[in-house]
Write a protein that binds this ligand. Structure first.
Ligand code: NAI
Ligand code: MG
Length: 358
């Protein structure tokens, strides 16, 4: 089997810290899994690159990474640069440039972790949120006019297209069908937003017709937040728009124990271009450079990457190592109530992969 070619973009702040840890873990995994190997190439794109070059990545950045099998990404965001420059200049430029229209975010309460919900509720969390990742509220359409004047205006136009809704609905239906409960919750807000969200409902309903084995229910996004907290066991696969799923998935990550565990995959299901795997958190100004970031989100997303690369047994082995470490509770980072730093959590996961600490 040939080596998987991975483009590594740490980005900014703790993004680089957790991705370096993740590469160490993947290298250790390759040593324990027959036939598994990687070649990593790192790209120093991000805010420091911007300060030196006036752009977050080179002009031909997308072309430089288009030939890789996957992109392993950290986070962007800098205390001294506007977020719209950093985010649009790198992360969104890749997601949109490669048409990674399906964003997949699993949440489970890992063994040993408690999270903020009562234990009997927290244990019920086993969700996958599917986020439309190419249009909707984050389409980037809009404008500013009359700057500085009392009549100044700023607009973001939410863009919903039949093609865009159809393809994400199909992706969510396929994913829900592949999970044991075959249960899909569609999130909407068509009571208040009368155009795009109504089209969303109509097209999703058409696609669902093709999946008679699925159980489907519908939720308004505001009500969905309370259902996630009060009845977590009633949810399995969730389909939501770009904005709604962005918010719901941070809630999901918090209910799952910490933002530092949340992981996500930005997928081009056509596989014409590489997909991108990242922890859901940002560059975390408050802890960057301290070496205490929780790397588990970047490990979990590495497991999602392995699944995408057609390495399900390696993906499982990595998840099992992560779960062994959380269940023992000896090497947890401060966000999970522990005292371990990034390197110690990483070492513990590597030891678990090697079977050193059984
Ligand atoms: P953040 O996710 O960076 O941090 C929020 C809080 O969670 C902070 O208190 C942080 O210390 C904590 N936290 C996050 N990840 C952690 C980890 N792995 N271990 C321990 N604690 C962790 O979100 P925030 O503060 O809103 O944004 C900071 C910067 O990151 C901004 O510039 C923002 O635009 C950017 N950002 C980038 C994202 C990306 O590249 N995908 C996603 C979210 C934010
Ligand atoms: Mg977010």
């Amino acid at each position: 089997m040939s080596a998987h070619n991975i483009a590594v973009i740490g980005g900014d702040g703790i993004g680089t810290e957790v991705v370096e840890a993740g590469v160490r873990v993947l290298e250790a995994l390759a040593e324990t899994q027959p036939g598994l190997s990687f070649t990593f190439k790192s790209f120093d794109w991000g805010s420091d690159y911007y300060r030196a070059n006036g752009r977050m990545m080179p002009e031909d950045g997308l072309a430089q990474i288009a030939g890789f099998d996957a992109i392993y990404f950290g986070a962007v965001g800098d205390p001294n640069l506007p977020d719209d420059i950093t985010l649009w200049g790198l992360r969104l430029a890749i997601c949109q440039g490669f048409d990674q229209f399906a964003n997949v975010r699993p949440t489970r309460l890992l063994p040993g972790l408690t999270g903020p919900l009562r234990p009997e509720l927290g244990k019920q969390i086993d969700w996958v949120i599917v986020r439309e990742n190419s249009e909707g509220e984050y389409a980037g359409v809009g404008g500013r006019a009359h700057r500085g004047l009392p009549i100044e205006v700023g607009m973001d136009v939410a863009v919903f297209t039949r093609a865009g809704i159809e393809r994400i609905a199909r992706f969510a239906c396929e994913l829900a069908s592949s999970r044991p409960r075959k249960l899909l919750t569609v999130v909407t807000k068509s009571n208040a937003q009368r155009h795009g969200m109504v089209l969303w409902d109509e097209v999703v309903r058409e696609v669902i017709h093709g999946y008679p084995d699925l159980t489907v229910d519908w939720m308004l996004v505001d009500a969905m937040t309370q259902r996630m907290v009060n009845k977590p066991g009633s949810i399995d696969t969730v389909l939501a728009t770009n904005l709604h799923a962005d918010i719901l998935s941070d809630l999901a990550a918090a209910l799952g124990g910490s933002l530092g565990i949340g992981s996500t995959a930005n997928i081009d299901p056509s596989r014409h271009r590489p997909s991108m795997f990242e922890p859901i958190h940002g560059s975390a100004f408050d802890i960057m450079g301290k070496g205490i970031a929780n790397p588990l989100g970047s490990f979990w997303t590495a497991s999602l990457m392995l699944e995408h690369l057609g390495e399900p047994s390696s993906a499982r082995a990595l998840m099992q190592a992560i779960e062994l470490v959380t269940s023992r509770r000896e090497h947890l980072s401060p966000d999970l109530g522990g005292a371990a730093n990034t390197a110690q959590v990483t070492d513990a996961v590597i030891a678990a992969l090697r079977g050193d600490n059984r």
